[in-house]
Design a binder for this molecule. Structure first.
Ligand code: PEP
Ligand code: MG
Length: 316
């Protein structure tokens, strides 16, 4: 049945009335690139660079090693778009040389951009390797920081990118509710937003994403999460900038329509989901997606939101 749902839809992501929503791949390195290309990804929306750092718990990989890893990924998407996320260490991805050992609540501690601002040498090396890797390539590079909390974070990151001589667009991930609430302020410093809905759910519901007992709060259909997505997308639109989603939420075809209706401008997901999201999006107009989004936000639970969106999208 899932195969039948694909019904030969190919090409760039778009609604049935031609509203474009680029469909991008989440990758962890070169080994994921082939699947992304085969799925027809229009580029990479989230290159998780942490994997490069896991080989050695004592120190960061050399600039040369990073340069080679980034170059090989960037070469695979000529004319395409690649969004690289700088190192997101801490919490569920601790690194001995960056992450404090004695934090009582690692998810609320020094992680993501915070670790990098505490270790500017590590950030500088990564950005320098990226600046070298993109030289002479036709790829469209964007670089973003994880766990941006406020405008000062966004400025610190943009300053570091400029200091490294990076020719790219700089962006901020929206993973903390404060960033969604103050999206327009953050966009005074950076060019785009990308919603990390996994962490955004964790911090919105005060529910550790690694604790099974509170897993129901990770459901990206939670209306409170949809409200924060809407706020971010509206803020970006008001600033004339883009706001994508790169968390798990983007891989649910029905939710992808709702996110589009909320004003999200691109969707990045595991490559296996791309054909399903493309096929579902192609069946609905932007106006239908917007109605589904309003219906979902009017619900009081994740289950209610899903049912309401389903009713709107299947009734047409
Ligand atoms: C997220 O938090 O939604 C995200 C995309 O980042 P990660 O899952 O790598 O934390
Ligand atoms: Mg995250």
């Amino acid at each position: 049945a899932r195969k039948a749902a694909l019904s030969g839809v190919t090409g760039p992501g778009a609604t049935s009335d031609g509203h474009k929503v680029p469909l991008l791949a989440n990758i962890g390195g070169l080994s994921d690139v082939q699947a992304a290309v085969e799925a027809g990804a229009e580029g990479v929306g989230l290159f998780r660079t942490e994997f490069l750092f896991l080989d050695d718990s004592e120190r960061a990989p050399s600039e040369e090693k990073q340069f080679e890893a980034y170059r090989s990924v960037l070469e695979a998407f000529p004319e395409g778009r690649v969004v690289v996320r700088v190192l997101d260490a801490g919490a569920d991805k601790p690194l001995a040389f960056l992450t404090p050992a004695d934090e009582p609540n690692p998810a609320l501690g020094v992680r993501g951009l915070r670790s990098l601002l505490d270790h500017p040498d590590v950030l500088r090396t990564q950005l320098t390797a990226l600046a070298r890797a993109v030289e002479g390539l036709p790829v469209y590079l964007e670089v973003m920081a994880p766990m941006v909390a406020d405008r000062a974070d966004a400025k610190a990151f943009a300053d570091a990118c400029r200091a490294a001589g990076l020719h790219a667009k700089f962006g901020a991930m929206v993973e903390i509710p404060s960033a969604a609430l103050r999206a327009r302020s953050i966009l005074q410093e950076v060019e785009f937003l990308s919603l990390g809905t996994n962490d955004l759910a964790q911090y919105t519901f005060a529910a550790d994403r690694q604790v099974g007992a509170v897993a129901r709060w990770q459901d990206p259909w939670q209306p409170a999460l949809l409200d924060l997505v809407a706020l971010s997308a509206e803020g970006a639109k008001a600033e004339g900038k883009s706001c994508g989603v790169c968390g798990e939420a983007a891989s649910d075809p029905l939710l992808a329509c709702v996110l589009t209706g909320l004003g999200v401008t691109s969707l990045s997901m595991g490559s296996a989901s791309i054909p399903y999201v493309r096929a579902t999006l192609a069946k609905h107009t932007l106006a239908q997606c917007e109605r589904a989004a309003s219906a979902a936000r009017a619900a009081d639970s994740a289950e209610g939101a899903r049912a309401a969106a389903q009713a709107v999208l299947s009734g047409e």
